[in-house]
Design a protein. Structure first.
Length: 284
């Protein structure tokens, strides 16, 4: 049985055709998206998600009608999750895109949007006992500019890195920026542990401004450790004692190996437990 989605405020079957060949989101990747997690009927870290979304809408020069706000989208998401029975543990994807038009002449700058929900397996919320096997994808370099921190629909480097990971039996791949620094992975931000420092690339390294990344940096208390935003070189991966990836859906996953480097998970486990404890109190 087909689930439902929401297209520009209307609930429709998910298998219903929605756009034409002239759509700028299809033709040019002219848009951005948010991937969120719903737990027990609540969007986890909703404030952070919508702050990032509306900052991206501003940067991409969409018009923002007064009715487009966090409350409006949350109401639609709640209704859709209920309709699809994804309230207990669900994945939400909210995509914003411009309508039809050529490269220089869009019909207007009013955001169009699609909201989708899908079920998350409860086991995906456990700390991964088997560490990830990843590597560096070297066929692309992510630019560093005002758009690099957005979750843009223009996803070429990440898409090709994901295909490379699949073809090489890897769980994920890291991308480099134009300075040959570690940027992020195909679906997550990167953290490494070196001695008493937990290091993640700064936004000036071109990584996506991840919501879980922000939560770890701003809100997580880790006694005995300093969370540092600093560029990470390829050589730093050999020096690191641990590595983990973070995103909104699985929170963190520890990495066991990246190329020839091997990592432990004692501190990653502590970080995961701290995140779960703090966010569980919010979600209850």
């Amino acid at each position: 049985m087909s689930n439902y989605l929401n297209y520009n405020g209307k609930f429709v079957r998910s298998d219903k055709p929605l756009i034409t060949a002239d759509n700028r989101g299809l033709r040019y990747g002219d848009g951005l998206f948010e991937t969120m997690k719903m737990v027990n009927g609540k969007i986890e870290l909703a404030d952070y998600h919508f702050e990032r979304l509306f900052e991206g809408i501003k940067i991409m020069q969409f018009e923002k009608p007064q009715w487009i706000n966090a409350g409006y989208f949350i109401d639609l998401i709640n209704h859709l999750a209920h309709k699809n029975q994804h309230e207990k543990l669900g994945r939400i994807r909210l995509m914003i895109f411009r309508g039809a038009g050529g490269l220089y002449d869009p019909e207007n700058h009013i955001p169009h949007f699609i909201i989708q929900t899908s079920a998350l397996d409860i086991s995906s919320q456990d700390f991964n006992k088997n560490g990830l096997a990843i590597d560096i994808y070297r066929d692309a370099r992510k630019s560093i500019d005002k758009f690099s921190s957005l979750k843009s629909n223009n996803y070429m480097p990440y898409m090709m890195a994901a295909l490379y990971a699949k073809d090489n039996q890897l769980n994920d791949c890291l991308l480099l920026n134009s300075k040959e620094e570690i940027c992020d992975s195909t679906i997550a931000n990167v953290f490494i542990k070196i001695e008493k420092r937990i290091i993640t690339p700064p936004l000036t390294s071109g990584c996506v401004a991840g919501v879980m990344r922000r939560y770890i940096i701003e809100d997580l208390i880790l006694p005995g450790f300093n969370i540092v935003e600093a560029p990470i070189s390829i050589n730093d991966l050999d020096t690191a004692e641990e590595m983990f990836l973070s995103n909104s859906l699985y929170r963190i996953h520890w990495v066991e190996k990246c190329g020839s480097a091997r990592y432990g998970n004692s501190v990653s486990t502590q970080i995961y437990d701290s995140i779960v404890k703090e966010l569980s109190s919010i979600n209850d």
